[in-house]
Design a protein around this ligand. Structure first.
Ligand SMILES: [Zn+2]
Length: 307
């Protein structure tokens, strides 16, 4: 009888449809935020895979939230890309102009530092998991991109070689910190790596994206199992797109933002992502110094007409 029940339970777990989650309320400060980068994932690839129904977890994430276009005005490289995503500032402010720049982000500008300042050193757990290869080395090495922010990052795991390792570290961090307010930065590098090896648009390139989507599914399942999915906002974006048929991304400015944040309502630029997250945490972005270039994707920009 006991065995029978166990089998029944196992079967029901396998076939249990993933339950729609209740999103974090519009005026609610989120308890937990994950900012996930799918390195080198262009908007064209996302569109193609979504049309084929091949990204079930991205689809489920955005059902209540949004999938919006993000454009890049400057170089389509990883190091300046990640810099803009985690700071909201352009190279004119950070000095990070391309992936050859060997300097850290100036002190105080990253989301890690802004959030530690807002909530206090013990008021929020900050965590970064970064893939290993190519120019992303520059994020991790001594004196690398996040060097000045290390005081504000409670745990940084890098460099990691595979998305399985990156995903497993993320699940383990959710398990460890789910009772605390947290901000995680997670960098899945495989679409970019596969693109450099086999070309943008190759089978391997798409497989890197499908694998990142499978990990998104596991992350959402974990958030459900520890009971915090309703208090968690997830933002997925890319540092740059990919030039299809090439093994590089010199001119790949069309990317995306996928989220369960119900306040996101417009397309934008790479420098709008950090202000969106800061605003959701209740930080008055218009008072930050130096002045941010972008603005939250929950607000239509007042200074620029959209048409
Ligand atoms: Zn990249």
């Amino acid at each position: 009888m006991k065995k029978c029940l166990t089998v029944l339970l196992a079967v029901s777990l396998i076939f249990l449809p993933s339950l729609p989650s209740k999103a974090v309320g519009v005026r609610e400060i989120p308890e937990h935020v994950l900012l996930i980068v799918w390195d080198g994932t262009g908007r064209d690839a996302i569109k193609l895979l979504m049309e084929k129904n091949d990204l079930p977890n991205l689809k489920s994430l955005t059902e209540e939230g949004a999938l919006v276009a993000i454009d890049i005005r400057r170089v389509t490289r990883t190091v300046p890309g990640i810099t803009e995503i985690v700071t909201g500032y352009p190279p004119e402010v950070t000095g990070i102009h391309d992936s050859k720049t060997k300097a850290p982000i100036p002190k105080g500008l990253t989301l890690f530092e802004r959030l530690k300042k807002e909530f206090g050193p013990n008021g929020i757990v900050t965590f970064a998991v970064v893939g290993s290869k190519g120019s992303t080395h520059d994020i991790n090495r001594s004196g690398g991109l996040f060097y000045n922010a290390l005081d504000s990052i409670d745990k940084m795991v890098s460099p990691l070689k595979t998305q399985d390792e990156i995903g497993a570290e993320t699940l383990s961090a959710i398990e460890t910190y789910h009772n605390q307010r947290f901000f995680f930065f997670v960098h899945f590098h495989e679409p970019d790596e596969a693109g450099h090896r086999h070309g943008g648009g190759s089978k391997e390139y798409y497989e890197g994206i499908l694998d990142a989507d499978r990990w998104l599914g596991k992350i959402m399942e974990k958030l459900k199992s520890v009971g915090i999915i309703d208090k968690t906002l997830i933002y997925i974006t890319a540092d740059h797109g990919y030039n299809m048929g090439m093994t590089d991304h010199p001119d790949a400015p069309f990317i995306f933002l996928a989220t369960n944040d119900t306040t996101v309502m417009r397309r934008g630029e790479r420098t709008d992502i950090a202000p969106t997250i800061l605003a959701r945490f209740g930080i008055p972005v218009e008072t930050l110094q130096p002045a941010l270039e972008g603005s939250p994707l929950s607000e239509f920009e007042k200074t620029k007409p959209y048409w």
